[in-house]
Design a protein around this ligand. Structure first.
Ligand code: SF4
Ligand code: SF4
Length: 292
């Protein structure tokens, strides 16, 4: 993969933004970069971004794009939930020099991956008046399950500072500085008292990827994991702590399946929960007393 971007006629590198099954919230994060957007367009040519135009949707996208590209950087939002999209992402990969997935849908199947744990026909019958018009796959999967991905940017939605860091890093030919550490680090940085230690509030901060600036704990609410798994999350300790703080097995399963349901890092949670339920009481991890 070459690092030379742009073309002979216009030295600006090209950017394309693609949508798959999603709510568009992550694409809106790019439009929310109001203060930086004009500066960005001086440096990069935004060649394909349906959210920003009045052009037709993804249905006609394939025909219009045949023969166009390649694009230096593709940002991909959304998960793969239809046979057509499983084909379209192959095309996007072929015409993209770098491909970055943005958001929980694209990196972990998103909320729609709850279908992976149930009968999708039951959902379709419950939601749509005419289920016979719906053609969908049994599962919702991350983009990386279908094509090689250069970087996964987490969040639901993604954080604009992290998005700008990724774009500028690729444009300048350096590695993006997106740390894999947890929300706990961000709490410490902003001086937030740990709500679990101080008040016994269940919080997924220790196993959740940083990026939001630890918003929820700063307002006295436990993190519910919308940024997905941090690198090397210690799920076993997390489960023990959540139980200690009063969460039921059902609530634990729910909180891990909310935004990043198909995340492979979260996959052991139901197994671990069942396994630990069967452990004799004297092998359960202990925790220091919290102040009352
Ligand atoms: S990750 Fe969240 S904000 Fe982004 S497209 Fe999916 S549902 Fe919307
Ligand atoms: S749920 Fe967690 S990751 Fe999401 S905004 Fe709140 S603190 Fe951040």
């Amino acid at each position: 993969m070459t690092t030379e971007l742009g073309s002979a006629t216009d030295p600006r590198p090209t950017l394309a933004v693609w949508k798959f099954a999603s709510c568009d919230g992550c694409q809106l994060t790019l439009l929310d970069c109001e203060d930086e957007l004009l500066g960005l367009t001086d440096r990069v040519r935004i060649e394909h971004f349906l959210e920003m135009t009045s052009a037709e949707g993804a249905g006609g996208e394939r025909a219009r794009l045949d023969g166009r590209g390649p694009y230096d950087l593709s940002l991909v939002e959304g998960s793969i939930t239809t046979a057509e999209d499983a084909e379209r992402i192959q095309h996007v990969r072929r015409i993209s020099r770098y491909l970055v997935t943005i958001g929980a849908c694209a990196t972990a199947g998103g909320i729609q991956a709850l279908r992976n744990f149930a009968d999708v026909d039951e959902f379709i019958a419950a939601v749509y008046a005419r289920p016979e018009y719906i053609s969908t796959l049994e599962t919702s999967t991350a983009i990386s399950a279908h094509v090689p991905v250069d970087l996964e940017l987490r969040g639901c939605p993604i954080d604009r500072r992290q998005l700008l860091e990724v774009i500028t890093a690729y444009l300048t030919g350096r590695k993006p500085r997106i740390p894999g550490h947890s929300v706990c680090f961000e709490c410490k940085r902003r001086g937030t008292t740990c709500i679990t230690v101080a008040h016994g509030i269940p919080c997924l901060g220790p196993v959740t990827h940083a990026g939001c600036g630890a918003i929820c704990p700063a307002y006295g609410r436990g993190c519910y994991g919308c940024f997905g798994p941090s690198s090397q999350p210690n799920l076993r300790s997390m489960l023990a702590q959540l139980r200690h703080d009063g969460m039921s097995e059902q609530d634990i399963q729910r909180v891990f399946r909310t935004f990043n349901a198909a995340s492979p890092e979260h996959a052991p949670v139901p197994d671990l929960a069942a396994e630990e339920q069967e452990r004799p009481p004297n092998t359960t991890e202990t925790h220091p007393e919290r102040p009352a």
